[in-house]
Design a protein around this ligand. Structure first.
Ligand code: PMP
Length: 443
């Protein structure tokens, strides 16, 4: 809202831009888009390798989605979320078809934060237990409830400035720096054992669920080592704890399959979704739950709901977007994803400051570190704003015509183009990133 006020009247004041925009970059005013390209108010084109906020999966100005939204708005734009609507039911049915395992019942929300809060609430009701455990280095939303699930220190610091959040327990992510493991399999085992340790120490009876991104989003596109999720599924079953997969970024083809967890070969008890469900053409989110959970919730006096949850125009956009994903966009991830991966891995070989490249499908992080010590180049908790060389890399890449994302902590460049991206666009974007690295660190 504040952002919008600054823009009205043609002001170029960017003081109202959220802090997670690079403070030292000029933030373009985006006015138009087509496929993987956006245009600013002076007509300059940029390749959108952030899909805005990792959400415009079907690309900009997709006619089929716009048509579906328009048709719905003409027929009936809004129907109470406490009544039935044909478009909403149709989308719920489609989501049940594409969701893993026996997930079938859908509870709609508006944003990813609310979807995660809804999932946490459902878990508490179903298990009659208060705690939902999450990972450090995670992002699950910025509202008070979802923010307490988030493990990113910036979000927590903001939320906890004046009041403690509800204190959801946290465990370590399966990252090599968190454990002393000698192989990916060993890392998976140690990291899963650690989750078991945390559940036991929190008191298994008090833990309703563990909630995780199958592939981290803004925390840096890290994936789980092989066997990690399988072991977690066993631990959840053993301690009667629900496993919830936050698919807000990883879902809807972003990582090569419908949902990020599909690649891990386990069925979660719930998934949460937002962003890509409508390709961000209109806000829509929700939770898909196992049918047994759905029955328990229906039998309970569970009384939560939001006016705009499952908005029919959003549901129409969702149905059309899913058709686009199924009609070729997910196949395109399989086709161009390996090219993006190999171009990014070349950066690892080419530049000493590129420490790691990690991700899957069309969600990647290029992590920077001091070439000698291996330490992060920027201490996000300690350094003055504006001194971050990783932000300078992104600014320089933007000058070259490509927009990339910032990670949390901001020691990385997040690469996440729309699913319609071409190999030629990938080449152009990675060349822009190389130019940004050379301009910042020298060739
Ligand atoms: N979960 C994940 C994994 C996210 O990345 C985000 C937002 N980036 C959210 C939840 C919160 O979604 P929203 O911003 O729509 O509330």
């Amino acid at each position: 809202m504040a952002n919008e006020r600054a823009r009205t009247g043609g002001s170029t004041d960017t003081t109202a831009i959220p802090h997670w925009y690079d403070p030292d970059s000029s933030v373009p005013t985006i006015v138009e888009g087509e496929d993987a390209t956006v245009f600013d108010d002076s007509g300059t084109a940029y390749l959108d390798f952030q899909s805005q906020l990792y959400c415009v999966n079907a690309g900009h100005s997709n006619e089929a989605i716009v048509e579906a939204m328009t048709e719905q708005a003409r027929r009936i734009p809004y129907v109470s979320s406490a009544k039935h609507n044909d478009t909403r039911s149709a989308l719920a049915g489609r989501l049940g078809e594409i969701a893993p395992g026996s997930l079938s019942d859908v509870y709609f929300a508006i944003s990813g934060s609310e979807a995660n809060e809804t999932a946490a609430q459902i878990a508490r009701v179903v298990k009659d237990a208060p705690k939902v455990l999450t990972r450090w280095q995670s992002y699950h939303g910025g509202t008070a409830g979802a923010g307490s699930l988030t493990g990113d220190p910036d979000t927590r610091a903001t939320l906890e400035r004046h009041a403690a959040t509800t204190g959801a327990g946290k465990f370590l992510p399966p990252l090599p720096e968190c454990f002393d493991a000698d192989s990916p399999e060993d890392l998976a085992e140690q990291a899963a054992d650690h989750v078991e340790f945390v559940i036991r120490n929190e008191g298994a009876d008090s833990v309703a669920a563990i909630l995780m991104e199958p592939i981290a989003g803004t925390s840096g596109a890290y994936t789980a080592p092989p066997g990690y999720f399988e072991r977690l599924r066993e631990i959840c079953d053993e301690y009667d704890v629900l496993l919830i997969s936050d698919e807000v970024i990883a879902g809807f083809g972003r990582c090569g399959e419908w949902f990020g967890i599909d690649t891990e070969g386990v069925d979660p008890d719930m998934i949460t979704f937002a962003k890509g469900v409508t390709s961000a053409y209109v806000p829509l989110a929700g939770v898909v739950v196992d049918e047994g959970i759905g029955e328990t919730v229906r039998a309970d006096s569970f009384d939560l709901g939001q006016t705009f949850a499952g908005h029919p125009v959003g549901c129409a956009a969702g149905l059309a977007a899913i058709e686009e994903y199924e009609g070729g966009l997910i196949d395109n991830v399989a086709e161009v994803g390996p090219h993006l991966e190999s171009r990014l891995r070349d950066l690892e070989d080419e530049y000493d400051v590129v420490d790691t490249v990690r991700g899957r499908g069309l969600l990647w992080s290029v992590v920077f570190a001091d070439s000698e010590s291996g330490e992060p180049l920027f201490d996000p908790l300690g350094t003055e704003e504006g001194e971050n060389p990783v932000a300078a890399v992104r600014s320089a890449a933007q000058e070259q015509g490509t927009l990339f994302g910032a990670g949390r902590p901001d020691v990385q460049v997040i690469v996440s183009p729309p699913l319609c991206v071409t190999e030629a666009e990938i080449d152009e974007a990675v060349d822009a990133l190389s130019a940004g690295i050379e301009e910042t660190f020298g060739g």
